[in-house]
Design a protein. Structure first.
Length: 217
């Protein structure tokens, strides 16, 4: 269920030519330990617990819009053709009416504690529109994560949403194939003949981002 809920958000990600739709984590090539995660430790391909726990992406969707308000309804004018994108690149990249940026994270409290009284959850927040005037790269996100209060960049007046609760671990990894690999670990009580037993379950999924193939052509 957590991965299914994540899919609704992540698969809607869009980018601009030459720039990925997923801003963070950066694309990880096949080189174990070549980059550190958001916790400052090396990422190992086969160790899902070493993957990044933060994901930042941009999309034309407004997931936090209130039903019935302007901006919630589908707007075909918000979809630009390729020539329009090339001729108006700055508008496409920076106009907050066209692209909105979101951050999804696994909050384990030991490393990230952005939501008061929320322990071990996957949550999503919309980033402040004002940041769209800045250059957006994975380095920018890294510096933002290292800042004293990254949550200050959340859209003012809009509360983050919890996607899933009771999460034991979660990680994100951008793949060359044009999508995000997600791994989520949860605990559950299994009823057996000998009594109830607590077991750990991990689900790995690949969330395809169609626009990534377009951007990389």
């Amino acid at each position: 269920m957590p991965v299914e809920r994540l899919s609704r958000y992540v698969t809607s990600a869009v980018g601009i030519p030459g720039e990925g739709s997923v801003i963070y984590p950066p694309l990880l090539f096949k080189a174990n330990g070549s980059r550190n995660n958001d916790r400052g430790t090396p990422i190992l391909d086969g160790d899902v617990k070493s993957w990044d726990r933060v994901l930042v992406f941009r999309t034309t969707e407004d997931f936090f819009a209130t039903l019935g308000t302007v901006g919630y309804e589908f707007d075909p004018e918000g979809i630009m053709d390729i020539d329009d994108i090339k001729n108006n690149l700055a508008i496409w990249e920076r106009d907050d009416q066209r692209l909105t940026e979101y951050v999804i994270w696994f909050e384990d409290d030991a490393h990230i504690n952005w939501l008061p009284q929320a322990s071990n959850v996957i949550a999503i927040a919309r980033l402040d529109d004002t940041v769209l005037s800045e250059d957006r790269t994975s380095d920018w996100v890294t510096n933002w994560l290292l800042g004293p209060k990254p949550q200050d960049s959340f859209q003012a007046g809009i509360e983050p949403r919890i996607i899933a609760q009771g999460i034991k671990d979660a990680g994100f990894r951008v793949r060359e194939a044009g999508g995000v690999q997600v791994s989520v670990e949860v605990e559950g009580v299994v009823r057996q003949a000998s009594g109830n037993v607590t077991k750990t379950f991990r689900f790995d999924g690949f969330l395809q981002v169609p626009s990534e193939r377009f951007n990389n052509v």
